[in-house]
Design a protein around this ligand. Sequence first.
Ligand code: NI
Length: 128
Amino acid sequence: MENRLLEKYDRLIKRKGYSTRSEALRDLIRQELVRKEWEEDNEVAGAVTFVYDHHQRGLTSRLTDIQHDYQGLIISTQHIHLDHDNCLEIVAVRGRAREVQKLAHALQSVKGVRHGTLSMTSTGRSIE
Ligand code: NI
């Protein structure tokens, strides 16, 4: 590898807290394997996280309806009352990548959901 590139790599991994190049490389490889799992519609795991205003009429029940429609994918749901208005929900999921993405889009696109993200990770089996 070119020296300049290697120096940049060393600076980058140092900032991220890795103590060796091989530790950083291991994580890069796993990241790529996880990305491939999602691309190829394999069985994946993840978390859908979203924030919404629970005062908005009908919103809570709409969000619950969607979660019941995808009940086979959902492992657990955690609800946190952030403040007087805002609720945070973390939905842990496991299933085919496309289905998980459909669920995430369905939840994020409901009117009144202020922000949502999908954290894409692995069931762990393919990255041992
Ligand atoms: Ni709440």
